[in-house]
Design a protein around this ligand. Structure first.
Ligand code: A3P
Length: 294
């Protein structure tokens, strides 16, 4: 394994020399790899691509950063494993969502090209998360029937792209690298941050159906759906001690995943009214045909 790791290091060093590079926020570098801007964690991305042994029973939460990953992790975890958890002892009360649903390229494959995934998964089936776009997912995932749960937040990639301000990239390039393929696969479902905000119970029920664990009539009568929605609510999670302090993923404070959780809050920051107007126009121009624009 050490030899394989060393040769991967050498190959990556060579690859890095050839990739377009931009400085991102907080001094970190981003590389244009397979059409998306990837942080210095490229080694973990490549290990994930090379070694992840997907099987049909796996569930993957897929998202762009800042689109509601944490929320979808909590909802998927609580829905999928509800029959393995004592009703009043959801581990979300004491563990950060990122420990319970581990991020493949930011955590699992960092420092270890072949981690023992079985040991990492207390509950079954396996549930992991990734920010890697569909086109760059490991072939094992794309060739399997594993379930991919995606979340999109229409406003976020645009705002990130705008704030990122990659100097040499055209607006088209930024847009392309910020939007993963939006096509829906037969084994995937797309949640929207905005829809979750509007009718959480309905979305949780749909999620359960997709995961193959629909709520029974009895569960619905007992209020299990609402219990999950409440445990996973922004108001609840933000106030938990475990989410208020510490860092699970190095460099990212746990509290930073819970800012305001409001739709459209970006308008109150960084932007002048004319910038807001310009961005909204662009969003509509690009997305009206897809029916995804707000
Ligand atoms: P804001 O910055 O608008 O507050 P990610 O988890 O992908 O990094 O996304 C973070 C965004 O999701 C933040 O948005 C955060 O507040 C919001 N968020 C996190 N948990 C949430 C929850 N349980 N309900 C609603 N929004 C949530």
């Amino acid at each position: 394994t050490q030899d394989a790791d060393k040769s991967l290091d050498d190959e990556l060093q060579q690859l890095l020399q050839t990739l377009p590079k931009e400085e991102g926020w907080s001094g970190s570098s981003f590389y244009l790899y397979q059409g998306f801007w990837c942080s210095a964690r490229l080694k973990a991305v490549v290990s994930f691509q090379t070694h992840f042994p997907a099987s049909d029973s796996n569930v993957i939460v897929a998202s762009l950063p800042k689109c509601g990953t944490t929320w979808l992790k909590t909802l998927t975890f609580s829905t999928l494993y509800r029959n393995q958890l004592a009703r009043d002892e959801n581990p979300l009360r004491t563990s950060t969502p990122h420990r319970l649903v581990r991020q493949l390229e930011y955590d699992v494959y960092v420092n270890n090209p072949c981690p023992n995934l079985e040991n990492m998964c207390v509950y079954k089936p396996w549930l992991f998360a990734t920010h890697v776009p569909y086109a760059s997912l490991p072939t094992s995932i794309k060739d399997s029937n594993c379930k991919i749960v995606c979340i999109c937040r229409i406003e976020t990639p645009w705002i990130r792209s705008f704030l990122f301000g990659f100097s040499s990239a055209s607006f088209e390039t930024k847009t392309k690298s910020c939007f993963p393929e939006m096509k829906l696969l037969t084994s995937s479902v797309m949640e929207s941050h905005e829809d979750l905000k509007e009718d959480i119970s309905c979305e949780v029920k749909q999620l359960a159906m997709f995961l193959g664990v629909p709520f029974t009539e009895d569960e619905e009568k007992q209020g299990v759906v609402e219990e999950i929605a409440t445990i996973c609510s922004f108001e609840n999670l933000k106030e938990l001690e475990v989410n208020k302090k510490g860092l699970f993923i190095p460099g990212i404070p746990n509290e930073s995943y819970f800012r305001k959780g409001k739709v459209g809050d970006w308008r109150n920051y960084f932007f002048t009214p004319s910038m807001v107007e310009r961005l909204e126009k662009l969003i509509h121009q690009k997305l009206d045909a897809s029916g995804l624009a707000f």
